[in-house]
Design a protein around this ligand. Sequence first.
Ligand code: E4P
Length: 217
Amino acid sequence: MKFFIDTANIDQIRDAQELGILDGVTTNPSLMAKEGITGKNNILKHYVDICNIVDGDVSAEVIATDLQGMITEGEALADLHEQIVVKVPMIRDGVKALKYFADKGIRTNCTLVFSPGQALLAAKAGATYVSPFIGRLDDVSSDGIHLISEIRHIYDNYGYQTEILAASIRHTMHIIDCAKVGADVMTGPLSAIEGLLKHPLTDIGLEKFLADYNKGN
Ligand code: E4P
């Protein structure tokens, strides 16, 4: 399972990279705004800064919602750095843009996916990644993890190569549940990733080992 961090915060990206388990980064306009990164040029520079910290894929989202606008923006984003993956929303022109980018060899992440049908369309259009938002589904009393398993089933039926990128991860158990149902990638906050580390029996066990070792010294 690949681990992406879902933030535009440089310190957190560095922390995750230094942990040695980071495979990539996802961002979106809201995450950029949260870090105070506004204005086209600042946002583009921030993408490059992120690419220079991590080794893996960095999703950069188009703002246009029409086909030509998405193509123009997406090509410019892809030209920024070889690690950039163009993030395209699941709308009618977005599907056309996914196909256009696939034909040109530009990698894409189809975002704002909330149903198996949308995921099927993204795969047919040749998306590199599909991003079902599981936390936002849970927020409205739908089952986000169930959506991941439905998409896994459909993709496996036909051998689609599009990677299932479980997005809108809110906590550590989401990561475990996504791993159980076969998500290829998860993207979440650093806190959810660090939650995987923790177990009280580890802390108690280590304390005892160190105390016993020190008895003889
Ligand atoms: C994915 O690429 C999105 O940036 C993200 O996971 C959205 O998460 P949220 O629902 O916590 O905003």
